[in-house]
Design a protein around this ligand. Structure first.
Ligand code: NDP
Length: 246
């Protein structure tokens, strides 16, 4: 039997990049998967079709992960359509690379509301429905723990907040067997952080493996944390960063 058979997962920002790879991987592991997206309905429906094409069950929901009303509605729709909720992956997030002194108030709000406030709102809404032994998984960042390059000050601060949120919440939900973990990618080749982009060279140089990672390498760790074999791991910050933070 597949390790996530009969489980339901919701992945925020699951239409492209790391989130799409996580959604497909959890479906391969046997879960029914809901994904949210903000803008690109075609990309979201391609992920759903890919999962269905492999015999899985999937659902795409348009929901801005920075909007509490939309997040709550997405969780309710997931439970109403797929019947339950066992795994939440808070993946939606963004970076606006620039020197801190040039970062506008609007840009700060955008990163705080999507990367951190929305993640808290989604987690709270999910906990109302989450079954015992559920899995709350945050996608933080290696820069939430250590900082090697300029240009990511506000972003790193939101990811540092995600780290402490994870550790704090693990203490409150452990009695239900629910684990809370923070998967912290390093440089991963996506639209947000292309391996050939302007900011890529120093990120690559900071890894021990001298390369960007792939979305599937992050999805593999999420799959482990979502599964039954990770049952004694909680409140942990797990980096998948090619050795950036080593
Ligand atoms: P991408 O920008 O490549 O993909 C983002 C995904 O999130 C898309 O599916 C997008 O859908 C969706 N999304 C964006 N904004 C919203 C929103 N407001 N509400 C709902 N969905 C939204 O990002 P990555 O895959 O690179 O990053 C995913 C996560 O991983 C983020 O939290 C990021 O901080 C983290 N991370 C990434 C690293 C990297 O090097 N790539 C490194 C460390 C952490 P749509 O097209 O519809 O907007």
């Amino acid at each position: 039997m597949l390790k996530l058979a009969n489980k339901v997962a919701l992945v925020t920002g699951g239409s492209r990049g790391i989130g799409a790879a996580i959604a497909k991987r959890l479906a391969t592991d046997g879960a029914s998967v809901a994904i949210t997206y903000a803008k690109d309905a075609n990309a979201a429906s391609a992920v759903v079709k890919a999962i269905e094409g492999s015999g899985g069950k999937a659902l795409a929901i348009q929901a801005d992960a920075a909007d509490p009303k939309a997040i709550n509605a997405a969780i309710e729709k997931t439970v109403a359509t797929l019947g339950r909720l066992d795994v939440l992956v808070n993946n939606a997030g963004t970076a606006i690379p620039k020197p801190f002194e040039q970062t506008t108030l609007e840009e700060m709000d955008q990163m705080i509301n999507l990367n951190f406030r929305g993640l808290m709102v989604a987690t709270q809404a999910a906990l109302k429905h989450m079954n015992d032994n559920g899995r709350l998984i945050m996608i933080g960042s290696c820069v939430g723990e250590r900082m090697m390059t300029p240009g990511l000050v506000a972003y790193a601060a939101t990811k540092g907040a995600v780290k402490m949120f994870t550790q704090g919440l693990a203490r409150e939900v452990g009695s239900r067997g629910i684990t809370v973990n923070n998967v912290q990618p390093g440089p991963i080749d996506t639209d947000l952080n292309p391996a050939a982009g302007d900011w890529a060279a120093p990120q690559k140089a900071n890894t021990a493996l001298n390369r960007f990672g792939t979305v599937d390498e992050v999805a593999a760790l999420v799959s482990f944390v979502a599964g039954p074999e990770s049952s004694y791991i909680t409140g942990a910050n797990l980096t998948v960063d090619g050795g950036t933070n080593a």
